[in-house]
Design a protein around this ligand. Structure first.
Ligand code: DC
Length: 227
């Protein structure tokens, strides 16, 4: 294989990117890199600083983020997110942090810092990177770009089942409303909005299992590998 192999998995929230990205990474022996976790860590930083939503001063958040260290560590035990050296992997999954993450992700200076860290990680060893702008901004030159998609109802239903299985008491209407708000924010921001351009292979995951989606992607990757 050419080196480093970087696979971009972009798409809206709740489409199943993480499971698919992990399956592809395992099959190709590559690292799995969750770039959303980095935006979540920046969101946590903003909340810990006492900033409230909607964020009114992007410069404050940009300053906070530029003086912080945000790292993704991969080990046998799985993938961990560190904020200034502290393991925040669980805390960043809280619904409130998802709202902060979406807010900080619309600040250009925050995106510049995180996208540049992500590009460094990608170029140093490759990996399967999951996010919103991997194929458009972070590593646009990679030939392996996938845009996973599904209707908002299908995605909300999946997320609802996932949260219910974890024992969380949530309403499907709430999950759908929050997801629509995030979709709107992610696809209408001026800097690096979520878009599927012609360089992507778009995969409609509505009627496919994660294993099926991973197989579709793996078959496309193999077609694109020279020789
Ligand atoms: O994938 P996720 O739900 O963990 O992402 C959290 C937020 O970060 C979400 O609002 C989209 C944003 N994000 C982004 O703008 N660019 C990325 N590469 C990854 C995530």
């Amino acid at each position: 294989m050419i080196s480093p192999v970087i696979v971009a998995i972009d798409g809206p929230s709740g489409v199943g990117k993480s499971t698919v990205a992990r399956l592809i990474a395992k099959s190709l022996g590559l690292r799995y890199l969750d770039t959303g976790a980095m935006y979540r860590a920046a969101g946590l930083l903003a909340r810990r600083a006492g900033l409230s939503l909607p964020l009114s001063n992007g410069e404050d958040v940009a300053r906070l983020t530029s003086s912080a260290t945000i790292e993704i560590l991969n080990s046998q035990a799985g993938t961990r997110t560190l904020l200034n050296g502290e393991d925040v992997s669980e805390e960043i999954r809280e619904p409130e942090i998802a709202r902060y993450a979406s807010a900080v992700a619309s600040i250009p200076a925050v995106r510049r810092k995180l996208a540049s860290l992500q590009r460094e990680m990608a170029l140093c060893g490759g990996g399967v990177m999951e996010g919103r702008d991997i194929g458009t901004k972070v590593v646009p030159e990679t030939p392996f770009k996938f845009f996973l998609d599904a209707s908002s109802d299908v995605r909300a239903e999946r997320r609802f089942r996932e949260l219910s299985a974890k024992g969380l008491d949530v309403k499907i209407e709430t999950v759908l409303a929050e997801q629509r708000a995030r979709d709107e924010a992610d696809s209408t921001r001026t800097d690096s909005p979520l878009v599927c351009d012609a360089s992507y292979v778009r995969v409609d995951t509505s009627n496919l299992s994660s294993v099926d989606v991973a197989e579709v992607c793996l078959a496309e990757i193999k077609k694109r590998i020279p020789g």
